[in-house]
Write a protein that binds this ligand. Structure first.
Ligand SMILES: [Zn+2]
Length: 487
């Protein structure tokens, strides 16, 4: 906001100097800022409403439409004279609101009324003395599905990746499922080892508060537990605002490129399609994460708990199999499920994009894992997971249009001593990963939970539908993915 305020003053002063008229300068400043920061919101609203688009027919001419609309409005104000210009202070305020509203809505969401860190049993555990304290990695490849599911729904073959992981000593669970089908829900439950209805204090299914999930990811029970044991907590962020580890002891994030937040701001402006903006952020974050993953522990003399979130192979598809920039970009880099079809994606571009990107990330992560295992001489524990599967057949608003066999089928691979790898069932779910892991490695007795999976919509993330019984259904894959329906 401070930056917006300074920019506003700077532009106004400049225009005042040029026009030698403070009122007209104020009008022009307002138009400039409104046109820049309201652009994304207006276009987004239009895109999501195909009826208006069809009538106005501006989809292909957004810049022309926007410039004309602003020019006409500006002319009207200009001609209206001093009576209107006196009200420009109000407009100045509006400009700031215009910049603040989308940031508040899309970046932070509503602030949580719960300030606690959740009810994770990891917080209550007494300090454990362990002879062997290997580095522990919790690596999330966002949206990485299970081999059999990817073959069936995306028609892509990741069997060589599974085979390579196994050759390295990983156990790859053949029937693993995620507990939830949305990133923040899935990761907060996993890092705290507890289903959300028990983890969130005063759980209310009608709540729409995601902020508490972000808090519980940032200050998780697992990080607190290992920290108490003498571990240093290291984290690698993806740039996604929902998963951020601000409280880690060592935090190795991007080196180059725009952050997710900066991209969000840029996305509101007419400049969002500039290759500088679109190319730099996601690709740089992913490449930096891979680079940082192999050397983040060497900075501390303590054992490390490394949490790493990589926004890949999740859409938008920015890497081809060989790492080239794809031509498959859509208008919203985070849209998945049927929302992907609302921003320009097609089932064909999803299959092609996902197939290329999963191949790319598999090749890259394989090299990073080899380096980590070599550097530790094998004394390391690695949990490599997808927070959910691919989502070609997922409707973000309707369970009845969703095939849960795809979106819950996540990658789950475990590296460590045999007793750790053998402690899991073939169909273990994500919420039990760390409780079982800590119990086996450190002799704790954290509770585990029935392996069940719960769908919820984007609008009401805590109204859960138990889909466990549908996950082993032999029904055929639906003939077409669910279309996006404007609300
Ligand atoms: Zn995700």
């Amino acid at each position: 906001m401070a930056v917006a305020g300074v920019l506003l003053l700077a532009v106004w002063s400049l225009l005042w100097a040029i026009l030698r008229n403070p009122h007209r300068a104020a009008i022009l400043t307002t138009m400039v800022f409104l046109s820049i920061f309201m652009y994304g919101i207006v276009l987004d609203a239009l895109r999501r409403n195909n009826v208006i688009l069809a009538i106005v027919g501006i989809e292909n001419y957004p810049y022309i439409f926007w410039t004309l609309a602003l020019a006409v409005t500006g002319m009207l104000f200009w001609k209206a004279g001093p009576a209107v210009t006196k009200k420009m202070t109000v407009f100045g305020g509006l400009v700031l609101v215009a910049a603040a509203v989308p940031i508040a809505l899309r970046h932070d969401g509503p602030k949580s009324s719960n300030t606690g860190r959740g009810n994770s049993p990891f917080f209550q555990a007494p300090k454990v003395e362990a002879k062997n304290k290997p580095d522990v990695y919790f690596i999330v490849l966002d949206g990485h599905g299970r081999e059999d599911s990817l073959k069936k729904y995306i028609q892509t073959d990741t069997s060589s990746f599974t085979a390579d992981l196994q050759a390295m000593g990983f156990r790859v669970l053949p029937k693993s499922n995620s507990t939830y089908c949305q990133t923040e829900l899935s990761i907060s439950a996993a890092l705290n080892g507890l289903p959300l209805d028990q983890l969130i204090p005063a759980f209310n299914p009608q709540s729409t508060d995601r902020f508490i999930l972000r808090q519980m990811i940032d200050q998780s029970g697992s990080a607190a537990f290992l920290n108490r044991m003498g571990y240093s907590v290291a984290a690698i962020d993806s740039g996604y605002y929902g998963v951020s580890f601000k409280h880690a002891d060592v935090r190795n994030t991007r080196i180059t490129g725009l952050s997710n937040f900066e991209t969000l701001l840029a996305g509101l402006t007419p400049f969002h399609n500039l290759s500088l903006v679109r190319n730099s952020e996601r690709r740089a974050y992913i490449q930096n994460a891979l680079r940082n993953l192999t050397d983040i522990t060497s900075r501390s003399g303590h054992p490390s708990f490394v949490m790493c979130h990589i926004l890949c192979p999740h859409p938008d598809f920015v890497f081809s199999a060989s790492g080239e920039d794809t031509k498959l970009r859509v208008a919203d880099e985070l849209a998945d499920g049927n929302t992907y079809f609302a921003v320009g994606g097609t089932p064909e571009s999803y299959r092609a994009g996902y197939s290329g990107q999963v191949k790319y990330i598999d090749d890259q992560i394989r090299n990073a894992l080899r380096a980590i295992i070599n550097a530790s001489h094998g004394n390391v524990v690695i949990f490599l997971v997808g927070d959910h599967g691919s989502k070609l057949y997922m409707d973000n608003d309707d369970i009845h249009n969703t095939d849960p066999r795809e979106c819950f089928a996540n990658l789950c691979a475990i590296y460590g001593p045999d007793e750790l790898k053998n402690a899991y069932k073939d169909d273990s779910t994500l919420v039990n990963l760390l409780p079982i892991g800590f119990n086996t490695l450190f002799g704790t007795s954290f509770p585990t939970y029935p392996d069940r999976s719960y769908y919820s919509t984007w609008e009401l993330p805590y109204v859960f539908t138990d889909v466990t019984n549908k996950l082993n259904s032999t029904a055929p894959v639906p003939s077409v993915p669910p279309a996006y329906k404007p609300k």
